[in-house]
Design a protein around this ligand. Structure first.
Ligand code: FE2
Ligand code: FE2
Length: 475
């Protein structure tokens, strides 16, 4: 057998989940048969071997049976597709609303899987077809960007469908990659990574040109069906629109000067809580934004938007999206940050920024209500480097945060705001009535800024203007 191919023993695969047998039987899955005596191997279809002996993988004869890592990765995605379409009783039992008693779900009625129906179609596609369809969507967005005038409805619909499918495709392919060794997984996901980044680049051009497209936000909400993917799609597009708004604001207006002038009166008290070791006089806007408040360069813009797109990729299909409600099955929900960060970081070549955004989007400035995924890492760093001090609040670059110089990473602080806002204004939420934009902003100020120092006050003020200008554009 070639040493370059990674393989997984069939015995181990079926022992971990006997349900795989059905998938192996229905798809023409090639099995690598290794002759233990000669070291030679040949390939045979699972079904042919099974028809001859329906427990062949357990025999202790002269053959051993394997799947290649890639075949196993694809098999895992087919398995999830089969499981989703079957929607068996285990799916309902695993859903938090069935066991927690908090939801209005009727007993026996299957829970809506968090990734929606379109996910099944994507899972059934081979990875190469998924990438092709994403490339076709990117081409469509580029053509729309090149043509003027553009009909708002057409633009909105193209953006919504392209980003939803990109989120689904990333989820499906990453799920397969998680079964592979790191290096092989990175090869397996390389075309996905390149295509996604191209799609994000094209999306950002179109969104930047249509920030106040009044149809965009209406359609985003109207198309929502309460699934994780719809949430990720909205957060991605709204986050992109916000970054574009932020860039236009800091590049063309005197906002930075205005913030500097009002800093002492409006903001200093908030940051004194976060940076108690910094002398009040020294606590200025420059101490909040490491190396000064500024616009976001294009490459960062694309990496950060990619992070927004995949930010909840670690959520299991049965766990509903859930942001800003800390009492809800917390240990289950917290897991998505770890799974998302680890899989993006170790199984893909996405920029590190994007991985960190998935890992950092519930940290809330170290508030106990945040998930604290990086708390242990930072604690260890501080132990080894006792003189390290977090002298800044927000950094636009990764290093000051990882080196304990800054409390938080700019795109993660933006995402926290967009994330909470989206979850509380979504009309499809099962557990509470959707808030109006003004109600959401008021609640966030009270709960996330005044009572706790969770989201950033300056970024929140900019976000509030963004929301209000969008509302004005709509009326
Ligand atoms: Fe999340
Ligand atoms: Fe989220």
């Amino acid at each position: 057998m070639s040493e370059k191919i990674s393989v997984v023993p069939l015995r181990k695969i079926i022992a971990s989940n006997s349900g795989f047998i059905n998938v192996l039987l229905h798809e023409a899955v090639p099995v690598v048969c290794l002759n233990k005596a000669t070291g030679k191997n040949r390939s045979m279809h699972f079904k042919a071997l099974y028809d001859n002996n329906n427990r062949f993988w357990l025999e202790n004869g002269s053959w051993e049976y394997f799947l290649t890592g890639e075949v196993f990765a694809n098999l895992s995605t087919s398995w999830e597709a089969a499981r989703l379409s079957a929607r068996g009783p285990d799916e309902g039992a695993a859903a938090p609303e069935s066991s927690g008693g908090a939801g209005p779900e009727t007993e026996g009625e299957p829970a809506l899987p968090g990734f929606g129906k379109e996910y099944e179609a994507i899972l059934a596609m081979p990875p190469v077809e998924r990438v092709k369809s994403m490339n076709a969507a990117t081409k469509g967005l580029d053509e729309l960007a090149a043509h003027k005038p553009r009909e708002a409805e057409v633009v909105t619909s193209a953006l919504v469908v392209a980003s939803r499918d990109a989120a689904l495709i990333n989820r499906a392919t990453l799920l397969g990659a998680m079964q592979l060794a790191d290096e092989e997984a990175k090869k397996h996901t390389q075309s996905l990574v390149s295509s996604t980044q191209e799609l994000v680049r094209s999306t950002s051009q179109l969104v930047t040109a249509s920030i106040f497209n009044d149809e965009l936000m209406n359609t985003l909400v109207a198309k929502s069906n309460g699934t994780v993917i719809q949430h990720m799609t909205r957060v991605f597009l709204n986050g992109l629109a916000f970054l574009a708004y932020y860039n236009a604001l800091v590049s063309t207006s005197s906002i930075i000067n205005k913030l500097r002038l009002s800093f002492e009166k409006k903001y200093r008290d908030f940051y004194r809580v976060l940076l108690p070791h910094v002398n009040a006089e020294a606590l200025t806007l420059e101490r909040v934004f490491c190396k000064g408040m500024r616009a976001i360069p294009e490459d960062d813009f694309v990496s950060w938007a990619t992070g927004f797109l995949i930010h909840d990729i670690g959520k299991a299909a049965a766990v509903e999206y859930h942001e800003g409600e800390s009492e809800y099955k917390r240990d289950v929900v917290v897991e998505h940050v770890k799974v998302g960060y680890t899989s993006v970081m170790t199984k893909t070549n996405y920029p590190r920024d994007a991985a960190l955004i998935t890992g950092y989007h519930h940290e809330y400035y170290g508030d106990p209500g945040g998930y604290g995924y990086f708390r242990a890492y930072l604690g260890r760093y501080k132990k080894i480097n006792p003189n390290a001090r977090q002298d800044f609040c927000i950094t636009y670059e990764l290093e000051p945060m990882l080196d304990y110089h800054a409390l938080a990473y700019f795109p993660a602080k933006v995402l926290e705001i967009i994330d909470v806002y989206d979850s509380v204004t979504d009309p499809n939420r099962k557990y509470r009535k959707a808030m109006t934009p003004e109600e959401a902003l008021a609640m966030m100020r009270e709960e996330f800024i005044e009572k706790h120092h969770k989201i950033d006050i300056i970024l929140f003020d900019i976000f509030s203007s963004f929301v209000r200008e969008q509302l004005e554009a709509r009326s």
